[in-house]
Design a protein around this ligand. Sequence first.
Ligand code: DAH
Length: 363
Amino acid sequence: MRINPSIGPDRARAVFDEELQGITTDAALRDLRHRWLARSGSWVAGFMDLLAAAAPAEKKALGRGANELKRHVEQALGDREAALAATKRPEGAVDITLPGRQPSLGFRHPLSLIREQIGDIFSRLGYQVLEGGEIEDDYHNFEALNMPEEHPARDMQDTLYLATPVPPPAVPPPTRGRAPRTPQPLTLLRTHTSAMQIRQMERHDPPVRLVAIGPVYRRDNLDLTHTPMFHQVEGLVVGRGITLADLKGTLTSMATALFGEGQQVRFRPSFFPYTEPSAEVDIRCIRCQGAGCAMCKRTGWIEILGSGMVHPAVFEAVGYDPAEFTGFAFGMGIERVALLKWGVEDIRLFYENDLRFLEQFGR
Ligand code: DAH
């Protein structure tokens, strides 16, 4: 808006004061200064024209009034400029009036959830829950489990060997049972949690009731269902009068706790060197409840673990009397349980750390 200098200094001052009221930014202040003080087009410039055209008798009073207004405008603009600067945050200062940032709550990894659930199921049943070392020797991983060096069962698992020996345990196990054939057994990454059966029985007399849960390693390439590292849970119960019926009852309650009420299990004869008899165990297909679907390949059953009655040779290796004690054992893949339970189709998803995947399983 162009200010008409002929309205006189007093009214011009009132107009200026009112305009100044509304100024809150540096840019608006710059604009106001320009419109009142610039050499051309401003109130001052217009006033100069007016002064030049005025009658000589009026010039003096006109000049004084104009000077006063100009001083007032300069002073007021300067004051407002200082006031605006004072409200600015100094460089690097913290604005304590901002709302705080909400920390986002993390999610448990699905495999941790299953692992914990299995641990809970068995600790409620009075089992010890162990993990055990991932570095093992071939005595505990194979030989004591009735797989001597020349045993073809060793070919069942492709093993990752290590160059350095396992450090000896701080407290050596009591010497009983059979000694390793070679004084310095080979070092390897455990191929199954079954090694924990031997470790525990070497140190403790029966009764034994344990689950060992943790990572195992095999020379496998990554694909939909294989990873070179995965997790297993091993179960072992040893005592007097333990039978296959105890195994079946235990596995039925585990399947029910993991997959829901009314689970059935089915035993299929199989072979493991450390159990006799051995069985592969199936559960009712959790997707079609046995009607037959793509997931169970129309059989109505899904294989979930290997198991059996502990082989007498295993008891002999740890110095238990097979005439006095019997026991059952089982081994199950944790990833397999997770794939089935949540209908995940690619095992690699568990290891890719994509939050959009990991956030779907709960805390
Ligand atoms: N160790 C077997 C595997 O890795 C699983 C297994 C089968 C464990 C039978 C057992 C058992 O304790 O009795 O595939």
